[in-house]
Write a protein that binds this ligand. Structure first.
Ligand SMILES: [Zn+2]
Length: 326
């Protein structure tokens, strides 16, 4: 009989629980909007309720739980540190609460770290030991895998790839409060904001983009920009080129620092596919040391919207392996 894992993905706008086989097959999944006003207390009760249902319905024993959390996690203490998305989470020992409730071992990590491990175990980087993972969506998160394991750093906050500085003069402000971070220039939210400002400043050049947005600049999103660039629109292609110049600088920095087997990019913006990756690869080439030239592997994540759930399965599997060894 196989063994199953309870997998949890907690985000600022929605959360998901899934019953998964240990080999990464999702057997049953439930997704709901996050009630931010309800805070941690509401979420924990929901996890208890939905988790109980999933465990009760499992045909194989559920042996562990993995949790990916969309906010800062103190991995060493297994607590949520402070969530910028969801209130009331500070110092919450979520893994211990879930472990006690369901009487199974549980492990918690930041969602991007979990997704990075998920790509190594089940996704685009299967078989790799050293990768850098970036998720480019509303914000930019990251995870660094060294020797097959997540690199957490001294206090558990390593891998914040979205907050390296790529622009100093006149740089836009980032969600972290600093200026010129990769996230402030290349996240889906910032691409949309810059595209709206550029379209309003040059309405003639942006005529097609504006028309596609129903002549309402506020309707211009990162997705629309990439869609239009994919169709050859000059204005949108210019915006994408600018995004890739900053993102390429960031990715090249990670390559020069970590010499990874590959860089995996997930998140909503990565769904643009070749429209993103082709110009991005050219920009990366400009900034990597010659020793990396022509060897770059920068690929789209394979797990897409399941990356955190499957990453949480990978976390739980690793926890079981560790416990077996000790
Ligand atoms: Zn930042």
């Amino acid at each position: 009989m196989g063994k199953n894992i309870l997998s949890i993905d907690i985000g600022g706008t929605k959360f998901s629980l899934a019953l998964c086989a240990a080999d990464g097959v999702i057997l049953d999944r439930r997704s709901y909007p996050t009630n931010t006003a309800g805070g941690a207390r509401w979420m924990v009760e929901e996890i208890y309720r939905i988790g109980s249902e999933l465990i009760a319905g499992s045909s194989s024993p559920v042996v562990a739980c993995g949790i990916g959390f969309g906010g800062p996690v103190d991995f060493y203490r297994q607590i949520i540190n402070r969530s910028i998305h969801v209130h009331g989470w500070s110092e919450l020992p979520l893994a211990r609460l879930i472990s006690e409730r369901f009487q199974i071992p549980a492990i918690l990590d930041n969602d991007a770290n979990a997704a990075a491990l998920g790509e190594v175990r089940f996704g685009a980087a299967r078989g790799c030991s050293n990768i850098v993972y970036l998720t480019v969506s509303t914000g930019i998160g990251g995870g660094i895998i060294i020797g097959g394991d997540i690199y957490h750093g001294s206090r558990s906050y390593a891998g914040e790839c979205g907050h390296i500085t790529v622009l100093t003069d006149g740089a836009p402000q980032c969600s972290c409060g600093k200026r010129g971070c990769l996230e402030a220039l290349c996240s889906g939210a910032s691409i949309g904001a810059r595209a709206r400002a550029a379209a309003q400043a040059s309405p003639e050049s942006a005529a097609r983009l504006l028309a596609m947005a129903g002549n309402r600049p506020e309707n211009i999103t990162a997705k629309l920009v990439f869609d239009m660039a994919g169709e050859g629109d000059e204005f949108a292609s210019g915006l994408v080129k600018q995004v890739c110049s900053y993102l390429g600088l960031g990715v090249a920095t990670f390559i020069n620092l970590f010499d990874p087997e590959m860089v995996v990019i997930g998140g909503g913006v990565s769904k643009a596919g070749a429209t993103l990756f082709e110009p991005l690869k050219q920009e990366i080439e400009k900034h990597v040391m010659p020793i990396h030239s022509g060897q770059l592997k920068c690929v789209k994540a394979a797990l897409e919207d399941d990356s955190v759930l499957l990453g949480a399965v990978a976390l739980a599997n690793r926890l079981i392996e560790r416990q077996r060894q000790t």
